[in-house]
Design a binder for this molecule. Structure first.
Ligand SMILES: [Fe+2]
Length: 294
């Protein structure tokens, strides 16, 4: 990453995390170190003592909530992130992650457009935002920061079946982008990688990063009677709108990560055609016959 990008990324459309009129947060110029694929060196030297302290406090608070709410794969892999009392250096994690599943994490300045995002995933590279929220944003942040991306996402990439699913998602995403179906496919990412639930023998558990990195949504997603929980069905999921500024009104439940991987094996082209004639379903709305009690 020594060579400055020939063409620095300019316009950014954060499709993956929902449409927004706000420009994405983050410095996309950085004196030319951001590459054409939006990756950049982790700017570790720029973290202040307050930044490291924010990470440490977020980690402690969130880790304490996990028992009984997070899935076993996540809890077992969390120690593999390494240090808890400061923001880790990405290369430290990559040594372990690459050995485990062949994945690596790469730093990005913030949200990136869908095609570079899908392309990184297809190459088993997970983009991790390198800036951290300000202390006044401790409880809630709209865009993903390094805590959300590292703590929420990276432990699951140590699970072989889940890691394969995310790569396949990226491969499918490149195709969806060509077919103009990226927005529909993004809903699958939202309801699995970000807000997915899995049924373990001992009960429902969270595997989605948006839940696992949230101070309040773990309880809401796994225990509350308020949200609907539906079995993951590709057509249903990709018809379903989602919330970006409140807890989710519905969650989709899988039985195993192998199920998730197998579900995404077929070519989605017929599914995208079917979606063209199906209406979107607002978040929190049940269809006839659905109980919302999966
Ligand atoms: Fe995320």
């Amino acid at each position: 990453m020594d060579t400055p990008a020939a063409a620095a990324p300019a316009a950014v459309t954060p499709v993956v995390y929902g449409a927004s009129d706000r420009p994405p947060r983050g410095d996309y110029s950085r004196g030319g170190v951001v590459q054409a694929d939006y990756t950049c060196p982790q700017d570790w030297a720029s973290y202040t003592a307050a930044d490291h302290d924010t990470y440490k406090r977020l980690y402690e608070r969130q880790a304490a909530q996990l028992p009984g709410l997070a899935c076993d794969a996540f809890i077992n892999a969390l120690p593999l992130l390494g240090v808890k009392d400061r923001i880790p250096r990405f290369e430290e994690i990559n040594e372990r992650l690459h050995r485990a599943t062949g994945w690596e994490i790469v730093a990005v300045p913030g949200l990136i457009p869908e095609l570079p995002f899908f392309t990184l995933l297809a190459n088993r590279k997970f983009p991790v935002t390198d800036w951290i929220r300000k202390p006044e944003e401790f409880n809630y942040i709209v865009e993903p920061d390094v805590f959300h991306d590292l703590f929420g996402h990276v432990p699951m990439l140590f699970d072989p079946a889940f890691a394969d699913y995310v790569q396949r998602y990226g491969q499918g995403g490149i195709k969806a982008h060509e077919l103009g179906a990226g927005e529909k496919l993004a809903r699958l990412y939202w309801y699995t990688v970000e807000f997915g639930l899995i049924r373990q023998p001992d009960g429902l558990r969270a595997y989605g990063a948006g839940i696992l990195s949230s101070v309040g949504e773990l309880q809401h997603a796994v225990c509350s009677n308020e949200p609907h929980r539906l079995p993951l069905d590709l057509l249903r999921t990709m018809r379903t709108l989602y919330k970006i500024d409140t807890y989710q009104a519905n969650y989709f439940v899988i039985e195993s990560f192998a199920q998730l991987f197998d579900l995404t094996a077929p070519d989605f082209t017929p599914l995208y055609r079917a979606l063209e004639v199906e209406s979107d379903i607002p978040a929190g709305v049940l269809l006839p016959g659905e109980t919302g009690k999966a």
